[in-house]
Ligand binder design. Sequence first.
Ligand code: DAH
Length: 439
Amino acid sequence: MATAFSFAQTTLFSKTSPSLRAACLRSFTFCLPFSSSSAALSSDKLHSKKWRQPVASVLELGGVRIAKDDVLRDDPTNNVPDTIFAKLGLQLHRRDQHPLGILKNAIYEYFDTNYSNQFDKFDNLSPIVSVKENFDDVLVPADHVSRSYNDTYYIDSQTVLRCHTSAHQAEILRRGHTHFLVTGDVYRRDSIDSTHYPVFHQMEGVRVFSPQDWEASGTDGTSYAAGDLKKCLEGLARHLFGSVEMRWVDTYFPFTNPSFELEIFFQENWLEVLGCGVTEQEILRRSGKTDNVAWAFGLGLERLAMVLFDIPDIRLFWSTDERFTSQFSSGKLGVKFKPFSKYPPCYKDVSFWINESFTENNLCEVVREVAGDLAEEVQLIDNFTNKKGMTSHCYRITYRSMERSLTDDEINKLQASPITRDDWNVRELVQSKLNVVLR
Ligand code: DAH
């Protein structure tokens, strides 16, 4: 499906993904070279980059104080880089003047109006969750690819940065809530392009039904919940987009059955806007709701906001440039973003012989470590295997700032500085952290 907004981020859990075993084989050496204990990951060096914003070393997340050392551990099971720690606690979705906050509030408004304030709202839950909450509680299979170190940020072997807001479903159900929305920042190791960023925002919705809700309807609980879910989400899509063409696509999620994706026809493309379904009975049973049926949905706020506000690059959501922030105001959903200027890109290629543990996510992590938000895209442009069976990859890195013109000199330094310089550069780090041989 070639839509402009085809986010791998929303499809991590859908369809049948390759198993974790395969992913681990690909990223096996990742644990050691990527841990914060690795000499190559000296945070002092990475901190010395001029354009990095200062990072607080103690944060408050969902009422809990978190020190930097709690997240960046000197431990081989930890793969959280500095750049990700810097995003913790920013909570863009809680800013009423920010496109993500404006969108969240518009969705709240839809639910409040149509369900007389019955939905409880959570938007301040800590993104640090257990492996059990993130995966086991929502029935993600033990060998699912999303559990790999290549896809998820691990703080230690039992603790992750949530990769979806579904991580909170089970706990909130256990606490007795029957209608709720959970909004939060979620974290995924991923590729680099205009629609992918390792931190993004999701909203989860859950509604629980009791037998009396469906008994009078003459249908079974599952059909009743599926019908109600579709009606609710079609109404939400109309509330946000006006009268658009929509279609439902059957899919697979570990936590729902049946499962669906909603697509809307937007600017000549079918755009996947959310995943949803009827909650697996096992999740309800474990939360003490044996006689109930429920529906659940999860949507990516950036994807919707990029369409609704005409925002062309996902990095802009993090911009503190007044020319971006001043264009949005609380309660105004329809505003179209006017690009303030498009600065020229700078392209640099890097070629190397890969090894069997090489993954593109690991490469992108290295590029982000060095270049931060200046990295706009990392694209494989050449791939061949020689007679000896060695495979070479050539990647084109696009550097571009959203806010200023970059100089050749600074990009050359990022890509490959002279050996005397003490900051790391992409070529050096690719070699030392990914154990590949530069060409
Ligand atoms: N957690 C899913 C994801 O991140 C999205 C999702 C799909 C949430 C279906 C749900 C659901 O609650 O029912 O890809």
